[in-house]
Design a protein around this ligand. Structure first.
Ligand SMILES: *Cc1c(COP(=O)(O)O)cnc(C)c1O
Length: 405
C-alpha cells in the first residue's frame, strides 16, 4: 500500500496563502467573528462580480439550495425536476422540503441535463426545475428557460461549481449567477474554484426572495443581531417564521473576499490547463473529452474524461494512484445510492417504450458516465511537467489495462 505522502499530483489544490491568513487575523482582532460586516462586503463584491442585484451568503451550497427551494414555495409532495447525475446534495435539498426529485437523464458530452427530456417530465405536480452547471460547464439554460417559461415554472441553478463560468445569452456573455433563472446557488467548498473552507451564496434579482433568504438563514429572526448591536434604542426581535442557522461567519467571508480577488487569475490558469489537456488528449483513442459548446465558457472546476467501455475505470484509476496521481470517479448518480433505495424518487418516462417501470433504465447516460468517467488533476498551480506526467501515466495505463479482460 502506498501512503498518502506518495501522492505527487493531487486532484485539486486550493489557492491560499498569507493574504487569506492575514485577512482572517484582521477579522479576529476586530472582535466580530460571526455574520457581520465582512459577510456584507463579500456579498456586495460577489453580486458585482457575477452581475446580480442581490447576493446572500450562507453556510454552504447545500443550505443555499434548501433556502432557494423553500423560498420559491416547494412543499411536501411537490415534484422538482433535476438530474440524478450530480453531487448528492442537489437531490437531497429537494428531499429536505419533503418534495420528490424527478430525475431526467444528461447529455453525454457536457454531463448536463438533457433539455430534450425536460418537457416530457413536467406533470401537474411539477413545482420547479433545478438544473446543474456540472463541473463548471454551463448547462443549456436557453432551452431550459424557454420550456420553464412556457409552463410558468421557476428555475433554480445549482451553480456550486460554476463561479466564473460564462454563458452567451441574449447576445452577450454573462457570468453564471447573473440572474437568468430565478435563483442561483454557489459553493465555496475547497474542492470548488474558490473557497471559504465551507460556504455558499444565493444570487437573485428578486428583492422579496433576497429578503426571505436573510430571514431564513438567521432563525427567522426579524432583526439581525448586527442591527440590534448598532441600535441606540432597545429593540426586541420577532420570529415570524420557522428559520434555520445557515449563516456564513465573518472569518469565512474575509477569506472569500481575497479569493474573489484571485478569481480572474485562477480562471486563467484553469482554462489554460484545460485547453492543454484537450490538445494533448484529443488523439488518444478510447477517451471521450468534455465538450464546451460555442455558447459556453467553463471555469473547468473539473476536467472529466469518459473511458470507452473496453477499459476498466477502477484499474485505470488504481494505476494512476500507484504512480502518485490522484483521480476521482466522475460525478455520482444519487438514485444509485442506498439513501435513495427506500424513498420515493421518480425518473422521466422512456420515450422508446413509453414505460415507467423500474426495470427499464431511463438514466442510462447518467449511469454510464458515472461508471466510465475519470476526473483528472487540475489546479491553478499545476506545472506543465505535472500535466505531462498525468498524460503519460494515463497513456501507459490505457495501454496496459485495456481492453478489459
Ligand atoms: C459541491 C456541490 C454541492 C454542495 O456544495 P456544499 O457547499 O459542499 O454544500 C451541490 N451541488 C453540486 C453540483 C456540487 O458540486
Amino acid at each position: 500500500m502506498m501512503s498518502e505522502l506518495s501522492i505527487t499530483i493531487p486532484i485539486a489544490r486550493p489557492v491560499l496563502d498569507e493574504s487569506e491568513a492575514e485577512a482572517v487575523k484582521q477579522t479576529i482582532l476586530t472582535g466580530w467573528v460571526t455574520q457581520g460586516p465582512q459577510v456584507q462586503l463579500f456579498e456586495k463584491e460577489f453580486a458585482e462580480y457575477v452581475g446580480s442585484k442581490y447576493a446572500c451568503a450562507v453556510s454552504s451550497c447545500t443550505t443555499a439550495l434548501h433556502l432557494a427551494l423553500l423560498t420559491i414555495g416547494v412543499k411536501p409532495g411537490d415534484e422538482v425536476i433535476t438530474v440524478s447525475h450530480s453531487f448528492i446534495a442537489t437531490a437531497n435539498s429537494i428531499r429536505y422540503c419533503g418534495a420528490i426529485p424527478l430525475f431526467i437523464d444528461i447529455e453525454p458530452h457536457t454531463y448536463n441535463m438533457d433539455p430534450l427530456l425536460l418537457e416530457k417530465a413536467i406533470t401537474k405536480n411539477t413545482r420547479a426545475i433545478l438544473c446543474v452547471h456540472q463541473m463548471g460547464m454551463p448547462c443549456n439554460l436557453q432551452k431550459i428557460l424557454d420550456i420553464a417559461h412556457s409552463y410558468n415554472l421557476p428555475v433554480i441553478e445549482d451553480a456550486a461549481c460554476a463561479i466564473g463560468s460564462e454563458i452567451f445569452l441574449n447576445n452577450q456573455w454573462d457570468k453564471i449567477g447573473k440572474p437568468h433563472g430565478d435563483i442561483a446557488c454557489f459553493s465555496f467548498h475547497p474542492r470548488k474554484v474558490i473557497t471559504t473552507g465551507d460556504g455558499g451564496m444565493l444570487t437573485t434579482s428578486n428583492e422579496k426572495f433576497d429578503r426571505q433568504f436573510r430571514l431564513l438563514r438567521q432563525h427567522g429572526m426579524s432583526i439581525s443581531d448586527s442591527i440590534r448591536h448598532q441600535s441606540k434604542k432597545i429593540i426586541f426581535e420577532e420570529y415570524p417564521i420557522l428559520g434555520y442557522n445557515y449563516r456564513m461567519t465573518d472569518i469565512q467571508a474575509s477569506i472569500g473576499r481575497i479569493q474573489l480577488e484571485r478569481l480572474p487569475n485562477i480562471l486563467n490558469s484553469r482554462r489554460n490547463i484545460a485547453k492543454r489537456y484537450h490538445t494533448i488528449l484529443k488523439d488518444i483513442k478510447g477517451l471521450i473529452l468534455p465538450k464546451e459548446h460555442e455558447w459556453a465558457r467553463s471555469n473547468w472546476q473539473s476536467y472529466c474524461v469518459v473511458l470507452s467501455p473496453k477499459y476498466d475505470q477502477l484499474s485505470i484509476m488504481q494505476y494512476l494512484l500507484d504512480h502518485g496521481i490522484s483521480t476521482r470517479r466522475g460525478v455520482m448518480c444519487a438514485h444509485l445510492e442506498p439513501a435513495y433505495q427506500k424513498v420515493i424518487w421518480k425518473e422521466s418516462k422512456n420515450e422508446m417504450t413509453g414505460s415507467n417501470d423500474k426495470f427499464c433504465n431511463h438514466l442510462s447516460v447518467s449511469e454510464n458516465i458515472q461508471n466510465n468517467s475519470v476526473i483528472l488533476p487540475l489546479y491553478p498551480q499545476m506545472t506543465i511537467n505535472e500535466q505531462d506526467k498525468v498524460v503519460s501515466i494515463l497513456n501507459q495505463s490505457l495501454n496496459l489495462n485495456g481492453p478489459n479482460q
